[in-house]
Write a protein that binds this ligand. Sequence first.
Ligand SMILES: [Zn+2]
Length: 130
Amino acid sequence: MSIVICSHCTLPYVPATRSRVCLVCWKENEGYDLTKADEAHVRLANATKHLMDENARLKAASSAANSTSTAELQKTVNELQAKLKEFQNSPALTPDLIKTLITLCHPDKHANSTTSTEVTKKLIALRPKK
Ligand SMILES: [Zn+2]
């Protein structure tokens, strides 16, 4: 089932024939009297048109909302990447200093203590990725 727009009254209808106009417009054009059912058809077509317009408006709003949140997420990612780079380039934590700290607190030199193991893991994570 497909919905098309009547070329005469511009209301949506489901075509039963190849006619480009809805049944109501066709009947008017052919000189037939319109019935209460035809009037109900026009009211239903108006309601359908309203729903189709509202659906299009909501789709556009949803698309705009999605692109906004994507742009905000990308901005956050860019800010975090800049901070990470800044942190990795921090003169206080050079790769040599991290290597020295790992050597100093390595679990082998501290009877495999939980603290030295945890700190060593964190220092390893701070090393610049190769
Ligand atoms: Zn029509």
